[in-house]
Write a protein that binds this ligand. Structure first.
Ligand SMILES: [Zn+2]
Ligand SMILES: [Zn+2]
Length: 247
């Protein structure tokens, strides 16, 4: 029954382009795919060479950026759909602050294309389980939804990888990372998460894909990956829609 349902959901998701808004989310030109061909080509087709671990643009000759070589993050890899620059940032802001939840499947689709390419062109293994960066209960209540989870749901269906929304909990209501200078963000996140008792067996030995909307300093994702590994995860790959360029 569960297999039948997930198959049904996956088949409906293949029809996604038809369900998405009928005009381009960036230029409002009409078209059936949520994003017109011009915008897709201009903003999402050409990708810089990126650090395999943190997805920061880097030179062609190196697999890892200087920051990851100096201080190895707890996560093993990061795949992003775009840099967090105009106009792609508008999609994130509309989803997060205007609650335009219909954009989440489009962001998931753009991210899925990058994951698919990474799988084809490198020998990277696929995550065996997906989860989303959790919001603290106060922020969740104020916003009414978790944008990372909104992206993770359609992404899970597109990838055919199970989503476990409650693999991690925030143990402390941390200050919003965006309000802090970059140097303080790592400290703010320290021991902010825990794997709840009923999720312990789900984490052990898994390659976990952690979904988020934006990666800035990487401190939240680093702490999440460190927590997952402390609880027995085999490896962690971040699947993030947009990457902020300044560390
Ligand atoms: Zn367009
Ligand atoms: Zn890096």
């Amino acid at each position: 029954m569960a297999a039948y349902l997930s198959d049904l959901i996956r088949r409906s998701l293949r029809q996604l382009p038809q369900l998405l808004p009928s005009s381009c989310a960036l230029c409002q030109q009409s078209g059936p795919h949520g994003l017109c061909r011009d915008c897709r080509q201009r903003y999402f087709h050409v990708q810089p060479h990126r650090c395999l671990q943190c997805a920061m643009p880097t030179t062609l000759s190196t697999a890892h950026c200087g920051d990851c070589i100096k201080r190895k993050p707890a996560f093993d890899a990061t795949i992003v759909a775009t840099d967090y620059v105009a106009p792609a940032d508008q999609l994130v802001m509309a989803l997060k602050f205007n609650a335009t939840l219909t954009l989440a499947p489009l962001l998931a689709q753009l991210l899925h294309e990058r994951v698919d390419r990474a799988r084809k062109f490198t020998a990277r293994s696929q995550p065996t389980l997906l989860t989303a960066v959790p919001l603290g209960p106060q922020r969740l209540q104020a916003r009414g939804f978790n944008q990372a989870l909104e992206i993770a749901r359609p992404l899970s269906a597109l990838l055919g990888i199970r989503l476990e929304p409650r693999l991690l909990e925030r143990v402390s209501e941390t200050q919003a990372q965006s309000t802090l200078p970059l140097a303080q963000r790592r400290h703010n996140m320290r021991r902010a998460f825990v794997v709840p008792h009923d999720a312990l067996l789900k984490v052990r030995g898994q390659h976990i894909g952690v979904v988020d909307d934006v990666m800035t300093s990487g401190a939240t994702l680093d702490e999440l990956a460190a927590t997952l590994k402390r609880f027995g995860a085999r490896s962690v790959t971040n699947l993030v829609f947009a990457r902020t360029l300044a560390h």
